[in-house]
Design a binder for this molecule. Structure first.
Ligand SMILES: *Cc1c(COP(=O)(O)O)cnc(C)c1O
Ligand code: SF4
Length: 434
């Protein structure tokens, strides 16, 4: 068993587009791969650190390595014409402004805010909008703390990528904790606050405390649970062990739990390898020692984790470490969706294949689930009913609470990748929730 004091501290080193040439491992890569990274990262955000580069990526397996695919932009992530355009601008030493404005055009083409996030989820009361907050499902309010809108590395499939490219006008962020407390006071149906981003654990412990302490003190409304959505256990586990304020962070977790609130660290793990270093093992152990719970979730993505064996290993390792498998998502229809997308049929088959080979303790996981406009829709099965091949679907969350747990059927379509690709089964005109 790994113990915390066996972990040696490592200095954080950040790599981005500006200093990419300092990544030692890139020296041996074919030149066209480097050109590809530099070109695509004019459009899509790129950022990685020395832990991911030195301990997670297998540099003998480039470009196929899943963690390399997860963090390094790939040429095919842009449409060919877009890639050519940016490539030519770079080759001809175009001005910063020209590169920037060409990149903006392409970004706006890539569905930066999927599933009605901007229009439908931001709460409004007496003419006031609560920026940096989303309230879609009754019980849970999302809060986007201003200083937590960045990550220790950027996932190439990120559906929040618009947050990282300076699209300020459409960025969610708030540092107004009073507004959150007031909102919870007025909304007794809310039991959970989910701090999200970006990555709230990117913040210094003392900043995070400014957001969390008012909730501990005021205990507004019927709040019982604080969740923190984070990729830090996967991308920078030293955060919980040897970083300067690691002890402060652990104390804050203990205070939340000590106050009687439930604290759930919603950890994003995309691949079993992210759970296999001694550092992550020690990090999870230390988080659990504070009395908080670690729940795990990730999207199913081509090139990264589209293989049942990866999920089997991931869920088994999570349970072994004391973490709880929670969600498998269908990759969102944003950003480089063509590069990552997996048909719903294949997603279901990967899930089903993995699900049958794990113990009941791993089967707390639910999926594959689409976080779509009307709600979270899970693919429960593919079957034949009234001699029609259908998808069996279920709302596990609904924009309308009454939809929760409702089963519905869609005509089987081998190519469908998202809810809006589907047609109702049995010749019906519309789905019941339209
Ligand atoms: C997934 C999600 C939640 C949390 O849903 P749970 O099923 O309770 O985990 C809350 N708000 C939004 C917008 C979500 O997508
Ligand atoms: S950790 Fe989450 S928010 Fe950050 S880049 Fe990855 S998917 Fe996006």
């Amino acid at each position: 068993m790994i113990s915390t004091d066996m972990i040696e501290s490592v200095r954080y080193k950040l790599y981005s587009r500006k200093n990419i040439d300092q990544i030692p491992q890139l020296e041996n890569l074919p030149k066209e791969l480097l050109v590809g990274i530099k070109t695509v990262s004019t459009v899509l955000p790129f950022r990685v650190n020395n832990y991911v580069v030195d301990q997670l990526i297998d540099w003998d397996n480039i470009p196929d390595d899943p963690i390399y695919q997860l963090t390094f932009p790939q040429p095919d992530m842009l449409e060919k014409q877009h890639f050519e355009k940016m490539h030519n601008l770079l080759k001809n030493n175009a001005s910063k402004e020209n590169i920037h404005s060409a990149a903006r055009k392409i970004q706006m083409d890539m569905n930066p805010h999927p599933a009605g996030q901007m229009d439908l989820n931001v709460p409004e009361e007496s003419g006031k909008t609560f920026n940096g907050m989303q309230h879609k499902y009754n019980e849970t309010v999302l809060f986007f703390p201003t200083q937590g809108q960045t990550c220790h590395a950027y996932c190439t499939y990120c559906f929040r990528w618009a947050q990282f490219i300076g699209l300020e006008s459409i960025k969610f962020a708030s540092s107004n904790t009073n507004a959150l407390v007031d909102y919870l006071q007025n909304h007794p149906e809310v039991t959970d606050v989910l701090f999200t981003g970006g990555d709230p654990l990117f913040m210094q412990a003392k900043i995070l405390r400014r957001y969390i302490e008012p909730l501990i003190k005021a205990r507004p409304g019927n709040l019982t649970t604080i969740r923190i959505g984070t990729k830090v256990p996967a991308y920078w586990p030293y955060r919980f062990l040897t970083d300067n304020d690691a002890d402060d962070l652990m104390r804050l977790f203990e205070e939340v739990v000590g106050s009687g609130l439930h604290l759930s660290i919603m950890s994003h793990f995309s691949h079993s390898r992210e759970l296999e270093t001694p550092v992550v093992e020690a990090a999870v152990k230390r988080i659990l020692n504070t009395g908080s719970v670690v729940r795990c979730q990730a999207p199913l993505v081509r090139h990264v984790n589209d293989d049942p064996a990866i999920w089997i290993k991931m869920w088994k390792t999570q349970v072994k470490l004391g973490a709880i498998p929670y969600y498998m998502f269908v990759a969102r229809n944003t950003g480089s969706k063509e590069y990552f997308k997996i048909s719903l049929a294949r997603a279901f088959n990967i899930f089903a294949e993995a699900y049958k080979q794990i113990s009941g303790l791993c089967r707390t996981v639910r999926g594959p689930s689409m976080s779509a406009n009307p709600g979270k829709v899970m693919i429960c099965g593919i079957t034949e009913l009234n001699s029609e091949k259908v998808f069996v679907l279920k709302f596990i969350q609904g924009r309308n609470t009454d939809w929760t747990n409702q089963i519905f059927f869609a005509r089987y379509d081998e190519k469908a990748c998202w809810l809006n690709d589907l047609k109702p089964a049995f010749g019906k005109e519309n789905f019941f929730f339209i």
